[in-house]
Design a protein around this ligand. Structure first.
Ligand code: G6P
Length: 372
């Protein structure tokens, strides 16, 4: 009913709008007065966390994209090797696991059968399994050794939005906590990241306030057949997520690529007026990557692409090559997906609506897939 949607036209719009609060709620009560993390709720003994020699993330769909981003954070902050695998592929390839493996199962619903089977397999191999889940008491957290709830609140729209952002925050928390417990030498850096995380919900709110041009652009592209998405580093999974949202909601052909792979194939797809969304890394954080992506934007534009550039405020290098420029607030590199994903959600939702699609209940999809 309209009341349940809180005045929004769809649950999806409502859930997109709820993201600043959802992100803040994921952090609530998990940061101590001293600025360190208090995740005793995990109830995994410190000795086990200290002994972890490998992290494996298993998930499906949007949660898988959160896992792909988490890998960058976990490896950078903890130096523990991290793999990310589609849950549906995991157990069938006889993965190498043992008592020192930490398997993280990321699932909004906590009922996805592929993810459940992956975690059962991991536990049989002696791994410790941590669930990152949005649904209290669901099967996946119940069958895991530990759980970190995302506290995003119920997500009704089939296409995941606020659950995704909060999965990211939960993954960052796990990564930082691993660093904290293992006593890496950068305790101050952990505290600085935690401060940045605490500020990010406000930044997500700021992005939401500037979305009208994105909606306008989405409506103008509703007759297109294909949209491509490019990104690098953590922007690559963001590109994958932007493409997934468009497939799910607008039933359009959409693909995400790592921008460095363009020259190895996808650049052949570029043709006149093809919309290409590019997620640009911060010029401060990874300046080499930033410059490379600016070259990519030039290359595709020279071949006729219509460039839709998502770039930090103050990034002037992209301006000459952007047919459409979407500004996002400056954030630390690893946290950028929390703000960069939001315009892509709005874009897909608006484009789908312009095409007359039912955004809360896309055809052929289910909110939670309880069959393998
Ligand atoms: C379904 C939904 C997706 C979701 C995926 C994983 O396919 O349509 O939106 O990302 O399942 O769901 P989970 O509940 O495990 O996060």
């Amino acid at each position: 009913s309209a009341a349940e949607k809180g005045g929004y036209a769809s649950f999806m719009l409502k859930e997109i709008a709820e993201q600043p609060k959802a992100v803040a709620d994921t952090l609530l009560g998990r940061i101590g007065v001293d600025g360190a993390l208090t995740l005793d709720e995990l109830r995994i003994p410190a000795a086990v966390l200290k002994a972890v020699d490998k992290v494996v993330i298993v998930a499906c769909g949007t949660a898988f994209h959160a896992g792909l981003i988490a890998k960058y954070a976990i490896e950078h902050w903890t130096r523990i090797p991290c793999e990310v695998e589609l849950a549906s592929e995991f157990r069938y390839r006889d993965p190498i696991l043992g008592g020192r493996s930490l398997v993280i199962a990321v699932s909004q619903s906590g009922e996805t059968m592929d993810t459940l089977m992956a975690l059962r397999h991991a536990r049989e191999q002696g791994a410790t399994v941590l669930a990152i889940c949005n649904t209290n008491g669901a099967t996946i957290p119940r069958e895991s050794d530990a759980v970190l709830y995302t506290h995003a609140g119920p997500e009704v729209a089939v296409a995941s939005t606020k659950a995704f952002l909060t999965q990211l925050v939960a993954c960052y928390l796990v990564a930082l906590y691993l660093g904290q417990v293992r006593g890496t030498k950068w305790g101050d850096e952990i505290r600085a990241v935690i401060r940045d995380l605490a500020a990010i919900s406000g930044e997500v709110g700021r992005v939401l306030e500037t979305m009208e041009p994105v909606r306008e652009l989405a409506r103008s592209l509703s007759g297109k057949k294909t949209v491509l998405f490019l990104g690098r580093h953590v922007g690559y999974p963001v590109a994958l997520e932007g493409a997934l949202k468009l497939k799910e909601l607008a039933y359009m052909h959409a693909e995400g690529f790592a921008a460095g792979e363009l020259k190895h194939g996808p650049i052949a797809l570029i043709e006149d007026d093809l919309p290409v969304v590019v997620v640009v890394p911060s010029p401060r954080g990874r300046s080499v990557l930033h410059d490379k992506i600016v070259s990519n934007i030039q290359e595709i534009r020279a071949r006729g692409a219509r460039t839709i550039v998502i770039a930090e405020e103050g990034d002037e290098a992209v301006v000459p090559y952007a047919d459409h420029l979407v500004r996002i607030p400056a954030t630390p590199t690893l946290l950028q997906p929390l703000v960069a994903t939001v315009p892509l959600q709005v874009f897909a939702c608006e484009l789908a609506t312009a095409r007359g699609n039912e955004v809360d209940q896309p055809r052929n999809l289910a909110k939670s897939v309880t069959v393998e």
